[in-house]
Every structure is written in structure tokens, then in C-alpha cells.
Ligand binder design. Structure first.
Ligand SMILES: [Zn+2]
Length: 294
């Protein structure tokens, strides 16, 4: 089944909810980066969040970057999303192995460690919007919930899950983001909190065969919620091009480029997001150096 993001809104306008099945795109990321299960879960959760948060962006050219920097063995995890819910990402150390802290549950928080979550939104303004919060658990969903509370002052529940098979492949991935609009009231928040606390984990809901629609109704049971009938199809897509890599090379500056030419002669650059390799001969680097001079 194709990946899906569904959006819903309560009829009184107090609640909005996004639910995602990102099994395919997280599977793509797992194969592309050859991640071990803990890295698969960390990257998959962040990609799932980036897909949903990307689909919240208003402008078609807007992009969003979620950057986790922790002192654990994973190093950093990055996911980028756009308004079409196209995502890409990587994890610094994809082959981390750690024992489970709770039996049967991947120790993502331990692998991430303590650190920060940075949310960068490029909304086509002069400067991007940047918000940084401390990681709460490193389990990613809780960290994003804290980001929404601190930086956007929006009561938000984030749930993310990736179920990995014994052979390392992705069985299921998905999640939901529920937000309370200003003025929704404490009673509404408490009822939702109780419902969400009683729900099984996202991975259980998905592997039990629940669709995004089923998840939305499970999370918002007792509320009158309308689902937008235009589903979004999120996907893993890298938009790197040789031109962009050239631009990046030019922007590292004259000195760095000269050193590269003198020390290595040629250069091979690999895209962190999709592992595409871009080769530059000495002549090509020299041509870029000329552009850097002008
Ligand atoms: Zn790429």
C-alpha cells in the first residue's frame, strides 16, 4: 500500500490532526543508508515527523529541517521535508548497536543521548525561522512535543513509530500529530490526553492493520472530526543536482578550493541524503575556482 498522510479537523475547529503511514519511505531510507534497527527507528521517526510537518507548510517552496544533535552513539539525525511531503534525511552513525532498555523496545533515546533539537523553517523570507530546544528523552516524539509547547505555544501530541523486522527491514512506520487550537479549553485537552494515554503504540496500531483514518478516529474518539478527502502521498526524494553541488563547492571559498586542487587534484563528493556521487576533475575544480573569484 502506498504511503499516506491524512488530515482531520474537529467540526468546532478546536482540534487538528495529521496521521501518516510512512512504511515505504522509511523502508527506502533504511535500504539507502543501510541503517541498523536503532538508526532505522530514529531516522524513520524523524522522517515521519518531517513529512507531516512539511505538509503543514503553506508555501509550495517552503522547507523544514529537523536536526537532532545528541551526545549518544548515533551522533546526529537530520530530516528535511517540504510542502509536498517529500522528505530526505540521514543519520551520522547508521550502524549503532545498543541493548534494549525495555525488552523488545529499541533504545532510541539512549542512542541519541542528551542534546538539542533544532527546527529550521525556510519560508521564503530573508532569514529562516530557527528554534532550538533541549532534548527531553531523545525518543524524538516527546522532543517534538516539547518543541511545540516551548516554541510555538501550541499544545501538541506527537506519536511516531517504526517497527523493524529481525532481518533489519521496515515492517511498519507512521505516526500522528494532534494540535489544540487556541481557545480549545482545558476540558478538551484533558479528554484527549486520557484517550491518547490509553492508546496502544503507533507501531501496534499500524501492524494491527489500522489505516490513517482509523488512527485519526481512535485518537479523537468522542469528538466530531472531519477528514479532508485529499490524502497526501509522502515520499523519500532527494533533490540534489550537479549544479547544486557546484554551488556548494563555490561557496566553500577560494582558499578551500585551492587547497583541494593542490592536495587532491580531483574531488569526489557524495550526497549525504541519497549517496549520489559527484566527481570533479582538476579542470572542473579550476573552473569553479574562477567562479569563486568573481
Ligand atoms: Zn542527493
Amino acid at each position: 500500500m502506498a504511503d499516506t498522510i491524512l488530515r482531520g479537523m474537529s467540526s468546532d475547529g478546536n482540534i487538528r490532526i495529521f496521521a501518516a503511514d510512512t512504511t515505504q519511505l522509511v523502508g527506502t531510507a533504511q535500504k539507502m543508508h543501510a541503517t541498523f534497527p536503532i538508526a532505522t527507528a530514529a531516522l524513520g521517526r524523524l522522517l515521519t515527523a518531517a513529512a507531516m510537518m512539511g505538509s503543514m507548510l503553506k508555501g509550495q517552496e517552503d522547507t523544514l529541517t529537523l536536526q537532532i544533535r545528541g551526545d549518544g552513539p548515533l551522533g546526529g539525525v537530520v530530516a528535511v521535508g517540504n510542502a509536498k511531503a517529500q522528505v530526505k534525511g540521514y543519520v551520522n552513525n547508521p550502524k549503532v548497536i545498543l541493548p534494549d532498555r525495555v525488552a523488545g523496545k529499541l533504545n532510541v533515546g539512549g542512542a541519541v543521548g542528551a542534546g538539542t533539537l533544532c527546527v529550521i523553517m525556510d519560508l521564503g523570507m530573508k532569514e529562516p525561522y530557527i528554534a532550538q530546544t533541549q532534548l527531553v528523552t531523545g525518543e524524538i516524539a516527546e522532543d517534538l512535543t516539547a518543541y511545540y509547547a516551548e516554541s510555538e505555544q501550541l499544545p501538541t501530541a506527537v506519536a511516531l513509530g517504526v517497527l523493524v523486522d529481525t532481518d533489519g527491514s521496515v515492517i511498519k512506520a507512521g505516526g500522528f500529530i494532534l494540535q489544540l487550537m487556541p481557545g480549545s479549553g482545558d476540558d478538551c485537552a484533558q479528554r484527549l490526553e486520557r484517550t491518547i494515554a490509553a492508546l496502544p503504540p503507533v507501531t501496534t496500531m499500524l501492524s494491527d492493520g489500522m489505516s490513517c483514518e482509523d488512527m485519526i478516529f481512535a485518537v479523537t474518539q468522542g469528538f466530531d472530526v472531519v477528514i479532508y478527502n485529499q490524502p497526501i502521498t509522502p515520499e523519500y526524494r532527494c533533490d540534489c543536482t550537479r549544479r547544486r553541488v557546484e554551488k556548494a563547492l563555490i561557496s566553500i571559498g577560494r582558499q578551500e578550493l585551492e587547497d583541494m586542487i593542490n592536495e587532491q587534484g580531483s574531488a569526489e563528493l557524495t550526497c549525504q541524503f541519497c549517496d549520489a556521487a559527484y566527481d570533479f576533475s582538476k579542470q572542473q575544480l579550476e573552473a569553479l575556482l574562477k567562479k569563486a573569484e568573481n
